[in-house]
Design a protein around this ligand. Structure first.
Ligand code: NAP
Length: 250
């Protein structure tokens, strides 16, 4: 049987753990040539161990314009062009409004919204006609949970960019869509800045309030990204596709 992404050239930001890692594995299994990025030496090294041979792993800070330039240069050298760009790298830290310093705004918005904006801008010359850009937003882009103000604002900005980029790139035959995960079991839950008891409470409440009463898996998001990356979604652009057990819709 032919593979969905046979010969496609794919760049995945934040492909060393969680959803990005699962997507890199799935896209590689579907015949794609894959480059993934990350920034942390430990997770970069672990990804080198766990990802199949042939996947390129490139250190690149998602919010740094000079690192994005270096990523574009490496991609050009390796692939010549790009058929699928999965902008997945992101960070989440939660705190009540009164405790958020300016540096948190700058860092989270810089990585989650500014980074993808300039990554798309700088990849424009490399994007093939008919290319697909997939962005990883979040259920928070349409919901209002306490203590998530900066993260939610950064993801809502990203959701808006999906619409404007889709309109701007349609004449080149480039589609732009998002996967919008609800709670997915990944290492991100250890990085929220919550103490152990609050984190456990948060996980329990999240599960109980979810219509499907469970967390999703990274592979469930990867499968949605595969749909948006592939010709199966050839008449779909500007979409934010929920993969959230119904959390945003029910
Ligand atoms: N898990 C969920 O419940 C959930 C729900 C909604 C949306 N999302 C979104 O899904 C995406 C992936 O998250 P995940 O849950 O898979 O979390 P994760 O396991 O923490 O993965 C994040 C990935 O992004 C990379 N990354 C983070 N900041 C980076 C930066 N500044 N520069 C380069 N790479 C960076 C990480 O690499 P390093 O280890 O090197 O930092 C890692 O590869 C994020 O955008 C997140 O907001 C997740």
């Amino acid at each position: 049987m032919s593979k969905t992404l046979a010969g496609k050239r794919v760049v995945i930001t934040g492909g060393t753990t969680g959803i990005g890692l699962a997507t890199a594995q799935l896209f590689h299994a579907q015949g794609a040539r894959v480059l993934v990025t990350g920034r942390n030496e430990k997770t970069l090294a672990e990804a080198r161990e766990s990802l199949p041979e042939g996947i390129e792993i490139f250190k690149s800070e998602a919010g740094s314009l000079s690192d994005i330039d270096a990523l574009v240069a490496r991609t050009k050298e390796l692939f010549g062009g790009v058929d699928v760009l999965f902008l997945n790298a992101g960070v989440a830290r939660f705190a009540p409004l009164e405790l958020v310093p300016e540096s948190e705004w700058d860092d989270m918005v810089g990585i989650n919204a500014k980074g993808p904006y300039f990554t798309v801008q700088k990849f424009l010359p490399l994007l093939a006609e008919g290319a697909s850009i997939v962005v990883n937003t979040s259920v928070v882009d349409v919901k209002g949970f306490p203590s998530t103000s900066v993260y939610s604002a950064s993801k809502a900005a990203l959701r808006s960019l999906v619409r404007t980029f889709a309109a701007e790139l349609a004449p080149r035959g480039i589609r732009v869509n998002a996967v919008s995960p609800g709670p997915i079991t990944t290492p991100i839950y250890g990085k929220l800045g919550l103490d152990a008891a609050t984190a456990a409470d948060f996980a329990k409440n999240t599960m109980e309030s979810n219509p499907m009463k469970r967390f999703g898996t990274p592979d469930e998001v990867a499968q949605a990204a595969l749909f948006l990356a592939s010709p199966a979604s050839s008449y779909t652009t500007g979409l934010d596709l929920p993969v959230d057990g119904g959390a945003s819709q029910l």
